[in-house]
Write a protein of this length. Structure first.
Length: 548
């Protein structure tokens, strides 16, 4: 058994206390993670702190839970990790957070200071632990001493919070976390994002271009949601009388029922053609990447104004008038630079034509079950409910057609496309949202990445709900394989009795049918604690469209 070199006496302040005090001073109220041998000082301090701890069963799912918390709350989420394998298992979650610009603050233990970089054979030792994270996260630092903890954590929190927001990583040696310290108690830190200014001349040029357009349109990305810029977006769209489409990451940025709402069916050529036909297209808070450009088929025919907080994304895929800045600030500035247009019905007419084209495309495909399930789920939930979608066929439908209901309520792993995101993200979202309902929708394949977190939700008293769509395997991959090769391999799975597994975790479950799903979801929402609905069914994707 390993020897833990820790000070005697439960009242002794240690380096771990400085970490937890610093998190509290920065505004944290909840931490996610898993303990480990080198991280015991961190968790001893957490035990004494009164901060809420939500423990998961793997570092991957802990990372997804922190991600879900940060997305719905708009605040950084602390993720506490142990050394080596524990830290590395979180990398896929931090990759998603990085791609989706989610402010997760990962704090990992490390081997003792005297062993770092010396290859002395410590348990959990990596050749270069921090090097494994530097190319994944926005900012990574090794904390050399307890005295350095407040300042470095304050800096990391600020970096995570500053647009473009994103995950950060701090590693702290075991001896620093365990060692007694006389560092003054931390009670005030300032991790507010750094102020950024956008050049007035660029804003003037963008405003002039938009004001002079006959057919303006807007593509709103995740930066609008992360930046809390939905009011500014609405005001600008109404001044311009511009149709607004949302990227998958931008779901909820614009009211679903607004007359100017274009939706988010970006995998439809008619929607992309409406955007391409704009003589001035404002793309804000999106890199216009693969999913936002219908797999790089998007070809704008007018002028493009590209707004993003990340200068590396501006204009990278299409020539544009680039505006580097936070979505909320830039949209407000543009709103002051464009005159208000009369309501002449032109934009509404274009959108009516688009909706007719979408329905004419979908109706003959016979996807009534898929569309009906989405209507049932939406109808069972209040507008402010959060829904986390996994990489499953119904999730792909949801990206394009499910009404988000409200900002920061549509969660998916659209940045990395990883399986297993939705259920732990829903647990994290529930920790942030209190009484607001939270539902995860997963396939049977993806569910086994984290079904054990039923125990975590129950232990933490978090009443997140889970809908498992059971089609006996990786349904979306079946479709891809059949389309590409005419046959399938490795995608059909022998699955457990999901209802029995849920009951084994002490979680109530209903086995449902498409016809009874609404009733069963209503039951789940009334359960005091986590609950599961299992729906055995086979679904199909919509067919792609191509315009001449």
């Amino acid at each position: 058994m390993a020897t833990i070199d820790a000070p005697t006496g439960t009242g002794t302040r240690i380096g771990g206390d400085v970490v937890i005090e610093s998190l509290r001073a920065l505004g944290a109220d909840t931490c996610f993670g898993i303990p480990g041998q080198h991280a015991l000082g961190l968790f001893e301090a957490l035990r004494r702190s009164g901060l809420r701890y939500v423990g998961l069963r793997t570092e991957l799912t802990a990372g997804f839970a922190a991600d879900g918390y940060a997305r719905v709350s708009g605040r950084p989420a602390p993720l506490l990790l142990s050394t080596g394998p524990g830290a590395l298992i979180s990398l896929a979650a931090l990759m998603e957070a990085d791609g989706a610009s989610v402010p997760v603050v990962a704090i990992s233990s490390h081997i003792p200071s005297h062993g770092i970089g010396r290859r002395r054979g410590h348990l959990h030792e990596l050749r270069d632990q921090i090097g494994s994270f530097r190319r994944v996260v926005k900012h990574a630092v090794t904390v050399p001493s307890a005295a350095a903890i407040p300042g470095l954590l304050e800096e990391a929190w600020r970096v995570a919070s500053t647009p473009p927001t994103g995950p950060v990583f701090l590693e702290i040696p075991q001896d620093v976390l365990l060692g007694a310290t006389d560092v003054h108690a931390v009670d005030a830190l300032d991790g507010r994002p750094a102020a950024a200014a956008t050049r007035a001349a660029v804003l003037d040029a963008a405003g002039e271009l938009l004001a002079g357009a006959e057919r303006p349109a807007i593509l709103a990305g995740g930066g609008v949601v992360r930046g809390g810029a939905w009011h500014e977006l609405l005001a600008l769209a109404e001044r311009l009388r511009a149709p607004v489409a949302e990227t998958f990451g931008g779901r909820g940025a614009f009211p679903d029922d607004h007359p100017l709402a274009c939706g988010s069916f970006l995998e439809d050529a008619h929607v992309m053609d409406l955007l391409a036909d704009a003589d001035a297209l404002l793309c804000v808070g999106t890199g216009i990447g693969e999913l936002s450009s219908n797999y790089f088929t998007f070809r704008p025919r007018g002028r493009l104004v590209h707004v993003d907080a990340d200068p590396e994304k501006v204009g990278v895929n299409h020539p544009a008038l680039g505006v580097v800045g936070d979505a909320r600030t830039v949209l407000a500035e543009l709103g002051e630079r464009v005159p208000e247009r009369p309501v002449d019905g032109a934009a509404e007419a274009r959108l009516a034509t688009l909706r007719d084209a979408l329905e004419a495309r979908l109706a003959p495909q016979g996807r009534d079950r898929e569309r009906g399930l989405l209507r049932t789920i939406r109808g069972a939930l209040p507008a402010d409910a959060a829904v986390a979608w996994d990489m499953t066929i119904l999730g792909y439908w949801a990206w394009n057609t499910f009404p988000a209901g409200a900002p920061r309520r549509f969660l998916s792993a659209q940045a990395s496309g990883t399986l297993g995101y939705a259920w732990p993200a829903a647990i994290g979202a529930k920790a942030a949202l209190g009484d607001t309902p939270v539902l995860a929708v997963v396939g049977d394949g993806g569910s086994l990445y984290g079904l054990q977190e039923l125990a975590s939700a129950r232990q933490a008293g978090l009443a997140a709900k889970l809908l498992i769509i059971d089609d006996g395997g990786y349904g979306i991959l079946r479709e891809y394989q059949r389309e590409a090769f005419g046959d399938t391999f490795g995608v059909d799975l022998m699955q457990p009795d999901f209802a029995a597994v849920c009951r084994g975790f002490g979680v109530p479950v209903h086995e449902s049918t498409p016809e009874r799903l609404g009733e069963d979801l209503a039951w789940a929402l009334e359960v005091d604690g986590p609950a599961v609905v299992v729906l055995p069914t086979t679904l199909e994707m919509f067919a792609p469209t191509h315009l001449p």
